[in-house]
Design a protein around this ligand. Structure first.
Ligand SMILES: Nc1ncnc2c1ncn2[C@@H]1O[C@H](COP(=O)(O)OP(=O)(O)OP(=O)(O)O)[C@@H](O)[C@H]1O
Length: 321
């Protein structure tokens, strides 16, 4: 059992036991679980984050500058939209399966405070899920701005208890900056917009998360970096993704996935993991988040997406010959 919250191995593996189709199937019910159950977590972490060994240490936070990343698709031929998100847990609170109804409310209250200080392009409003109209919720979900809420993997991990208590969303005025409260993680900071300007989107996310860090203390481990509910999100917690159309490359699925793998990219369907690529639009993002800084994770994605676009152009040149 973990020392502070008395979580058991069953609390960690419940989702994988119920859902055999899970990608990973294990979650940390509280921050102590990664140490108490290191024997089961460490090999999964090493495999998912490609080679982050139990002797390795995650580097210090380094966001760098978004301006280092030029627009991936200036002619707007391939990329529909770009999104960068990171996750944070508030120190002193366990993760979903151990959170009480009171904890959810207290967390929401704590997180809401610094949101009022967000200004300029980040300024916006917070909406408690429980007070929102179901049509408004659906519109935000359909626009890819809000979590779906009925995720079967999170349900079987005991992560949806007391729903919608303490859950909510902050949205800026232009719908290009969003914060999710108490979904999978305590906090998800998300920046997104149409087109391929990764640098601008990343910069917006950095300003958002740094602003929250002025007033909230986040859970961090000396070896694992930022602590999250799911081990795939540990470390820098960054997922930088594009919604992209690569019709020629994707027509040979095996080659497409191999090339993505070579660049440490993850390919998802349009509506996220386990979904279909609607209209040939894929969600492609960096896969690794441990052993590399925030800046390095985004750089890896930038380089990989550039390579996929180049491969698509090469296929196009071949068909024209
Ligand atoms: N590049 C993108 N442009 C527009 N929307 C995106 C982009 N990437 C993801 N989304 C949308 O964001 C929402 C959440 O996606 P998804 O759940 O797959 O990823 P996530 O929020 O990063 O979390 P996790 O990795 O834990 O699943 C979905 O509606 C998805 O369509």
């Amino acid at each position: 059992m973990t020392p502070k919250y008395c979580s058991t191995l069953l609390d960690c593996i419940r989702s994988g036991l119920c859902r055999h189709e899970s990608g990973v199937g294990i979650y940390a019910p509280d921050p102590g679980a990664y140490k108490t159950f290191a024997e089961i977590f460490d090999p999964i972490i090493e495999s998912y984050h490609t080679g982050f060994k139990h002797t390795d240490k995650h580097p210090a936070t380094c966001f760098g500058y978004g301006s280092d990343f030029p627009n991936l698709d200036p002619e707007q031929k391939f990329i529909v939209s770009t999104r960068v998100r990171c996750a944070r847990s508030v120190e002193g609170f366990p993760f979903n399966p151990c959170l009480t109804k009171r904890n959810y409310k207290d967390l929401e209250c704590l997180i809401k405070k610094p949101l009022r200080a967000l200004c300029n392009e980040h300024a916006g409003s917070y909406h408690t899920l429980g007070c929102m109209d179901s049509d408004d919720i659906q519109k935000l979900v359909d626009a890819g701005l809000l979590f779906k809420g009925k995720n079967r993997f999170l349900k079987s991990a005991n992560a949806l208890r007391y729903w919608p208590t303490g859950r909510g969303i902050f949205i800026n005025k232009t719908c290009t900056f969003v914060i999710w409260v108490n979904e999978e993680d305590h906090i998800r900071v998300i920046a997104l917009e149409k087109g391929g300007d990764l640098g601008r989107v990343y910069e917006r996310m950095i300003v958002g998360v740094e602003s929250l860090a002025h007033s909230l203390k986040f859970s961090r481990d000396a070896r694992l970096g930022n602590l999250t509910f799911c081990p795939t999100n540990l470390g820098c917690t960054i997922r930088a993704s594009v919604h992209i159309k690569l019709p020629l490359l994707a027509s040979n699925r095996r080659n497409f996935l191999e090339l993505a793998k070579k660049h440490h990219l993850q390919v998802r369907g349009t509506l996220g993991e386990y979904s279909q690529a609607l209209g040939g639009i894929y969600d492609i993002s960096n896969k690794r988040r441990m052993g590399l800084t925030e800046y390095e994770a985004v750089a890896e994605m930038h380089k990989g997406i550039s390579a996929l676009i180049e491969a698509e152009c090469e296929e196009s040149r071949k068909t024209r010959k």
